[in-house]
Design a protein around this ligand. Structure first.
Ligand SMILES: [Fe+2]
Length: 232
């Protein structure tokens, strides 16, 4: 299911439909896929952003001198960000309003609202001066819609680890927000203020525990793929 993992001979892929009691409600989050990714299936960047010979390569562990902005800019220009967005990411507001806007962060959220085994994620950390990522439904102006349709979480290690993918089929949620894989900052209307209060619930791999560093690899329907590392 994870198209970017490329060792079928050693890969085990299976789907899980998960149901979990959470705060009295039953959470049935998305279809997720787990992939055991063996060591050395990807070439990790040797040092800071853009230093890898292959700008498309996704590092398994956090490279020394990791610079998420620079890495994603290089990889985006190489093809993982749509050409129509290149002028924006390379422009004077590229870091704050475009690249930074697509980098994940863990928001301050009541832990009781986050189901066990999930990580709450938002994009564009205001504390770093980045613009918060908006979300928008499909429309005539944007037929694809504008939200993250998948997030993959993997323990940041060069050894074997499970890559856990969560998928988000639609935005905004119709009906139960949590069942669709979301929370809303402030528990209000998830479509208010251009959807900037949307929190994504990303399923954690079973081999990740609190305090671990993980790699987040995610896809915005309008603006392409982004990679970064976070501590759970
Ligand atoms: Fe976006």
């Amino acid at each position: 299911m994870s198209q970017h993992l490329t060792t079928p001979a050693t890969r085990r892929t299976f789907l899980k439909h998960l149901a979990m009691a959470a705060g009295g409600a039953v959470l049935v989050p998305l279809v997720t896929s787990c992939t055991t990714e063996p060591a050395k299936t990807k070439t990790a960047a040797k040092s800071g952003a853009g230093a890898s010979a292959d700008p498309m390569a996704v590092p398994q562990s956090k490279p020394e001198g990791w610079n998420a902005i620079e890495y994603n800019k290089v990889r985006g220009n190489a093809g993982k960000i749509p050409k129509t967005y290149h002028a924006s990411i390379n422009g004077p507001d590229g870091v704050k309003k475009h690249l930074g806007k697509h980098l994940p962060y863990v928001p301050a959220v009541d832990a009781k609202l986050v189901p066990a085994g999930y990580l709450a994620i938002m994009w564009g950390d205001p504390k770093l001066g980045y613009t918060k990522h908006p979300n928008a439904a499909k429309s005539d102006a944007n037929k694809a819609g504008h939200w993250y349709n998948w997030i993959e979480v993997r323990k940041a290690t060069d050894g074997e680890a499970i890559a856990q993918k969560s998928e988000y089929a639609t935005w905004p949620a119709t009906g139960d927000v949590k069942a669709a894989g979301y929370l809303v900052e402030g528990e209000g209307d998830m479509a208010a203020e251009k959807g900037t209060h949307t929190i994504y619930l990303a399923k954690l791999p079973s081999d990740v525990k609190k305090g671990d560093l993980v790699r987040l690899h995610a896809h915005c329907l309008t603006h392409g793929e982004y990679v970064d590392f976070l501590t759970v």
